[in-house]
Each structure stands twice: as structure tokens, then as C-alpha cells.
Design a protein around this ligand. Structure first.
Ligand code: NDP
Length: 322
């Protein structure tokens, strides 16, 4: 089933409703692009294994937040599907910062582990910034360590770029959206999405003209209406309306927000930061939620893990797992 033929199920697992886009050519299918990334990675993983390196990812979860647990499960499952070495560490909610730092140190030293991810948010007794700084930057596949943020700002390709921004860029590329010279307006300035995304888009080679707007921005709609590409990452359900978008713009919706829906099996549904149904007809291309940026984030995590393994095997000789 291709995007150009199908009625696109906007709801994951078709569980609440199905939207039909009048022109399905417009839909940017994150699941399909993620599959393409996985196909490429499988080739690279096979080559690494043949030379004695099995890429390894450790995901650390502290506490029992259900959403975090689900994210960790899906990352572990994807590692298994790609036949990577996967370690899932589940620590109790009362884990101390020192205990967690001890675990991170151990993983930093483990030659079978190339990527480490500490699932966010940790419980309140743990300072996330301290944990991120304790990670070996060469294993920081989330790209949040100051060294990796600096490398992104410098355009140093040996660093790791946070997964969601990387996923947005890949979606744009795969959809044939020319961003060189284009005006891209990013909504949101978080360290996970907005800020690194702006740095990535303006890098030489990507060459976008970037504007970042946030909660203090005046005349936000007047700014977004000048955008060739809008990327929304603000965590505000359905915030971007037709008045924010000029005819023919491309819209990437990073938002994943739960809204109550008594008709949905779980009592809620997931919506983006964009009012999809009203905005889509005005766009040249748009991502749905779910099925847009979400699948790309995990694909880019796998890509960063494979990159970490490649960089480590080229600098320190092969490490073997299992
Ligand atoms: P944060 O809460 O960390 O940051 C939100 C940003 O949006 C802030 O910069 C804030 O501005 C800005 N903002 C909030 N409200 C408004 C408003 N009314 N107008 C303009 N700007 C506003 O969120 P995240 O970046 O972590 O996440 C954003 C969204 O993306 C969430 O829905 C999240 O679930 C989703 N997400 C999705 C991922 C995926 O894989 N698809 C991955 C990561 C996040 P200010 O700085 O001024 O407070």
C-alpha cells in the first residue's frame, strides 16, 4: 500500500479514526521513511558485524512511568529487530543520583556498548544535566551532551545530533523539499527539538534561513505565514491553524500530545501541534500524527548507535559481542 493510493490511517493501529487527505501526494509518511533508514542500517550493521563489531545500545530507565516504559520497550524491540546488542537497565524509582552515575560509568567503560540513553524524565532526586554530562560524549547517541551540542554548532560531523531534529531533516530530504535558501520557521526552542533543529537546518550544506519562535514571540502568526517550511514543536495540541500557514507551505508536526477522548479505547488520543484537518489542504506537504516524525526519532536513534559503533571501531579496533 503506498501513500499515494491509500486512505492514511492517522491514528496509530487505526484505533480511533481515519482521515482521508484530498491529495494524498501531500502526506509525508514517517513510517515509510523510517523503513528506508532501517534497510540502509541493516546493510551497515552486516558490514560492521563482518568486521567484528556488533553495535550495542544500552537504554536506562529509572522508575516506572508508563510512557517512559513504553518508549524503552520500543527502543529495545527495534534493537532486536535490527539484531543489535541491546541492554535494557530498569532501575527502581528511588535510585540515587550516585547509583545512576555508577551505572553510567560502567556503561561508559563497557566496550560492547556504543550508545547509551538515559530515558527522560528521571525521578526528581536525579539532576538530568549531571547525568548527561557524565555520559561519554562518544556514546551519547541522544546528542544532548555539551560536547555534542558544541559539535553541532561547529558543524563537526563526528558529533551526535539529537534524534528528532535529525528525523525532521531526513523527512524533508526524502520528501524532496528543498530547504537550501528556504525560510524555515521552527516553533519551540527546547534543547531536545527546537534549538538543535535550528542549528542543524542552518548548517552549511543544509543552508536554510531559520527563524525560531517561542512563547514570548510577538506576532507569531505573521512570522509563520512567511515560512516556506513550518516545524512545530511546542507541545500545544492543534496550535497551528490555517492563519499560521501560507498557501503551499510544508508543515512538519513534531508534537505528540494526549487529549481526552471518551470514544477512544484508552480514553485519550494522540494529536500533534498542528490542526491537521484544517491545515492540510493549504499545504504542499504535511506530516500526520502519529506516523510522521515519531517513527523517525527511533530510526535516528538506531542510526546514531550504528554511527557510534562505526566511529569506535575505526578508532580503537573492533569490539566483539556475543
Ligand atoms: P518543551 O516543553 O521542552 O518546549 C516547548 C517549546 O515550545 C518551548 O520553547 C516553549 O517556549 C514553546 N511554546 C510553548 N507554548 C507555546 C506557544 N503557545 N507559542 C509559542 N511557543 C510555545 O517541549 P519539547 O520540545 O520537549 O516537545 C515539544 C512537543 O514535541 C511535545 O508535544 C512533545 O511531546 C513532542 N516531541 C515529539 C517527539 C517525537 O519523536 N515526535 C520527540 C520530542 C518531543 P518557551 O521556551 O518560551 O517556554
Amino acid at each position: 500500500m503506498t501513500v499515494t493510493q491509500r486512505e492514511f490511517a492517522v491514528a496509530s493501529n487505526h484505533h480511533y479514526k481515519t482521515l482521508t487527505l484530498a491529495d494524498p501526494h501531500k502526506l509525508i509518511d514517517g513510517r515509510a521513511v523510517a523503513e528506508k533508514v532501517y534497510a540502509e542500517l541493516r546493510g551497515e550493521i552486516a558490514l560492521l558485524k563482518a568486521s567484528g563489531t556488533t553495535p550495542g545500545l544500552a537504554v536506562v530507565l529509572v522508575g516506572d512511568d508508563p510512557a517512559s516504559r513504553a518508549y524503552v520497550r520500543s527502543k529495545d524491540k527495534m534493537c532486536r529487530e535490527l539484531e543489535l546488542h541491546s541492554v535494557k537497565l530498569e532501575l527502581p524509582a528511588n535510585t540515587t543520583q550516585d547509583d545512576l552515575l555508577g551505572q553510567v560509568e560502567e556503561l561508559n567503560r563497557d566496550p560492547a556498548i556504543h550508545g547509551i540513553l538515559v530515558q527522560s524524565p528521571p525521578p526528581k532526586q536525579i539532576d538530568e544535566g549531571v547525568i548527561i554530562r557524565a555520559l561519554d560524549p562518544a556514546k551519547d547517541v541522544d546528542g544532548f551532551h555539551p560536547i555534542n551540542i558544541a559539535k553541532l554548532a561547529l558543524g563537526d560531523l563526528t558529533g551526535f545530533v539529537p534524534c528528532t531534529p535529525l528525523g525532521c531533516l531526513r523527512l524533508l530530504r526524502e520528501s524532496g523539499v528543498a530547504i537550501s535558501g528556504a525560510h524555515v520557521v521552527v516553533l519551540g526552542r527546547s534543547m531536545i527539538v527546537g534549538k538543535p533543529l535550528a542549528l542543524l537546518l542552518m548548517q552549511k550544506g543544509n543552508d536554510a534561513t531559520v527563524t525560531v519562535v517561542h512563547s514570548r514571540t510577538r506576532n507569531l502568526a505573521a512570522i509563520t505565514r512567511t515560512a516556506d517550511v513550518i516545524i512545530a514543536a511546542i507541545g500545544q495540541p492543534g496550535f497551528v491553524r490555517t492563519e499560521h500557514v501560507r498557501e503551499g507551505a510544508v508543515v512538519i508536526d513534531v508534537g505528540i500530545n494526549r487529549v481526552d477522548d471518551a470514544a477512544a479505547p484508552r480514553g485519550y488520543r494522540l494529536v500533534g501541534d498542528v490542526a491537521f484537518e484544517e491545515v492540510a489542504p493549504k499545504t504542499a506537504a504535511i506530516t500526520p500524527v502519529p506516523g510522521g516524525v515519531g517513527p523517525m526519532t527511533i530510526a535516528m536513534l538506531m542510526a546514531n548507535t550504528v554511527k557510534a559503533a562505526r566511529l569506535s571501531s575505526s578508532t580503537s579496533g573492533a569490539s566483539t559481542v556475543g
